[in-house]
Design a protein around this ligand. Sequence first.
Ligand SMILES: [Zn+2]
Length: 127
Amino acid sequence: MGSEKGRSMTEKKIKIMGKKWKVIFMTEKEDKEGVLYKADGICDDSIRTIYLRDYYHRKREPTDCDDSDHIMRRNIRHEILHAYLDECGLKEDSASANAWARNEEMVDWIANLLPRVNKTLKKMKVI
Ligand SMILES: [Zn+2]
């Protein structure tokens, strides 16, 4: 677990469906505007930015999960999947079907399944 002292937020640039996105990792202390209030991640398609709670560099709380890497990887997959759904236009289209593309359980389900699907697709040499 790292320290928050003397560090600044980490920012990465990625491409989602050919569009430039930013991924910003921040601790609670660094989240001065409260962007991640009561959330571990936010996908803001209006500015193509994903904000993620930085569990690697925050001060450890007694109730924290021991495996920060597991939490971070899960949260990153989840928010990236939101970004893909936003960029491919399913966000708007899903409103006519109870906004299924914004459904948290559905996004979690796909995000958790993605590594397995990827492994299967690689094994089948179809990606
Ligand atoms: Zn979500």
